[in-house]
Design a protein around this ligand. Structure first.
Ligand code: FES
Ligand SMILES: [Fe+2]
Length: 337
């Protein structure tokens, strides 16, 4: 069940005095902070007459419904009902459904399934570590989670969608090894060309050897690592929140090590990353619109679609509660980039 995993609902700083509505799996929820500042997530529907709680307000850490003023605790109980005489005990039945919710790494995470797979979400790599610089992007895609993940972990599209910026087609042979892991799969590339790319001419020394891995972490995370022999290291982690089956909020955390001038690198790296992601938004939008015109997907798979089969199989396995691909498998692929 994909619902049993943790997903980002919003950035922590977006949740202040006002309740924040959010969607997950096409279901409406609301976030607010209790009097200690801890976030809580409730179903966005008042137990009384079903008004949206997200249209109400936060009164000293209780969420007040805009219709008759019932106030809710983050555990979902109604703790104040203005129409009842003072000192009336409030029935335990008068509650809305509450969900596990934590603040971590600058995000508010929720799990809206009945059986969370873990107590907490996993952390982003090297976030806040000494010598590392980080920036965050939030991007709305009109495409399902699987299409987004496939895109983030797919090298061949970059020479077309991100031509010049990120890669240019060189038609050079590249070897890749794909390995299945306990929690997904990873692809490692060898002899990867870096010619004719603005990004790599700015971010790495010409002679520095490159180690590049693309990793899928089930069910909704991608992680791309570029490690250079001159110790520069870039990690792009994207955590996908399924708003519905065709809309995804992608939270991208870009963390990198670039000596003492990391902050300076960020000045151009950040707008450039935004531009590259915008190019992906555009192509995924076109792809999804076209799939909708035909009413279904009809994909063909080739070996250079390295991680797509793992993304599909894993997500299918979780959704149908069947075993995912077993770890420890490995295969080699010859391709051109
Ligand atoms: S609908 Fe919420 S208090 Fe009546
Ligand atoms: Fe892309």
């Amino acid at each position: 069940m994909l619902e049993n995993y943790w997903y980002i609902a919003c950035r922590a700083r977006e949740l202040a005095d006002r309740p924040v509505p959010f969607a997950l799996f096409d279901r409406p929820f609301v976030l607010f902070r209790d009097r200690h500042g801890r976030p809580g997530a409730l179903e966005d529907r008042c137990a009384h007459r079903n008004a949206p709680l997200s249209a109400g307000k936060n009164c000293g850490g209780l969420l007040e419904c805009p219709y008759h003023g019932w106030r809710y605790h983050t555990d979902g109980r109604a703790v104040d009902i203005p129409a009842l005489p003072e000192n009336t005990a409030i029935s335990e039945q008068l509650r809305v459904k509450a969900y596990p919710c934590v603040e971590q790494d600058g995000y508010v995470w929720v799990c809206v399934g009945d059986r969370p797979t873990r107590d907490r979400p996993s952390s982003f790599p090297h976030l806040g570590d000494r010598g590392w610089t980080t920036f965050h992007l939030k991007t709305r895609f009109r495409a399902p989670v699987a299409s987004c993940l496939e895109n983030f972990l797919d090298c061949p599209h970059a020479t077309f969608v991100h031509r010049f910026w990120f890669r240019a087609p060189t038609a050079k042979p590249v070897r890749a090894i794909v390995r299945s892991l306990e929690d997904g799969a990873v692809a490692e590339y060898f002899e990867e060309p870096r010619e004719n790319s603005l990004v790599w001419s700015l971010l790495s020394q010409k002679r520095a050897r490159l180690q590049h891995t693309d990793r899928f972490i089930a069910p909704a995370t991608s992680r791309v690592d570029y490690i250079f022999s001159d110790r520069r290291h870039y990690i792009i982690t994207s955590s996908c929140t399924p708003l519905s089956d065709r809309e995804t909020e992608v939270y991208t955390v870009i963390t990198f090590r670039f000596g003492a001038i990391g902050w300076l690198i960020r000045l151009f790296f950040e707008p450039m990353s935004r531009w590259i992601i915008y190019q992906d938004v555009k192509i995924l939008n076109q792809q999804q619109q076209n799939i909708d015109r035909f009413g279904k997907t009809a994909y063909k798979l080739i070996p250079p679609d390295l991680l797509a089969p793992y993304i599909w199989k894993w997500r299918q396995a979780i959704a149908t509660q069947t075993p995912p691909p077993s770890p420890g498998q490995e295969h080699h692929v010859e391709m051109r980039l």
